[in-house]
Design a binder for this molecule. Structure first.
Ligand code: SAM
Length: 200
């Protein structure tokens, strides 16, 4: 398996497992936050580690703008080819400290989603802290990742996510198993972590 996400870009949308993962993540988020209910039309969303934008596509019709960022140039190229009207697709590393400056549009988000991204980051806790700083007051952070069976297993443990969201200053934190993915006879649990930036 390649460790360069660019190598997966062309075949990403043809993979029924990743499409199913995005469908399940959006359904869970919609149930939780009522995205499709009409109340999000003026709100801005960051899809962090958006890949080819499978989640951005679902969010975009219900919000003002989706800023979709990814460090893989080819994933972003696939998303740009979709020409989604209110999706701004950016090839950028927003964790490097350069994001969020005045006029960049890379801060002031009402919702930040990270779907199957956080467990692949070298500094997961540091990333959540940066992302939390890009939220508007009262804004919501949500992630989905493979649920690890123990500290040394791949994915993230519920406790690690609780610790990271708490250390990033997020409140009303909820971390739990969200859904399961079945593939090749294996069932793999997916966790969700949700937290909010304080309103005041
Ligand atoms: C498993 S894919 C998930 C893609 C998409 N969220 C989805 O669910 O289809 C992980 C993605 O995270 C991106 N990624 C990894 N590190 C990143 C970083 N520091 N900033 C932004 N994106 C990153 C990769 O390039 C890749 O597109």
């Amino acid at each position: 398996m390649s460790d360069d996400w660019n190598d997966y870009a062309d075949g990403w949308d043809g993979n029924s497992d990743v499409r199913h993962y995005a469908n399940r993540a959006f359904a869970a988020l919609d149930e939780d936050a009522g995205i499709s209910g009409g109340g999000w039309q003026a709100r801005r969303v960051l899809d962090f580690g958006c890949g080819t934008g499978l989640l951005s596509e679902k969010l975009a019709p219900h919000v003002k703008e989706v800023v979709a960022v990814d460090t893989s140039e080819r994933m972003i190229a696939v998303l740009q080819d979709k020409a989604l009207p209110n999706v701004r697709a950016l090839h950028a590393d927003i964790l490097d400290g350069s994001a969020g400056g005045a006029g960049t549009g890379l801060s002031g988000f009402d919702l930040i989603c990270a779907s199957s991204v956080c467990s692949f980051l070298p500094d997961y806790g540091g990333a959540v802290a940066v992302l939390a700083g890009l939220l508007n007051r009262g804004g919501m952070f949500v992630q989905w990742d493979w649920l690890a069976s123990g500290e040394d297993a791949s994915g993230l443990t519920l406790q690690r996510v609780r610790d990271a969201l708490g250390a990033a200053g997020l409140g009303s934190v909820r971390v739990e198993q969200a859904f399961e993915m079945g593939s090749g006879g294996q069932v793999m649990p997916v966790l969700t972590g949700v937290g909010f930036r304080a309103a005041e």
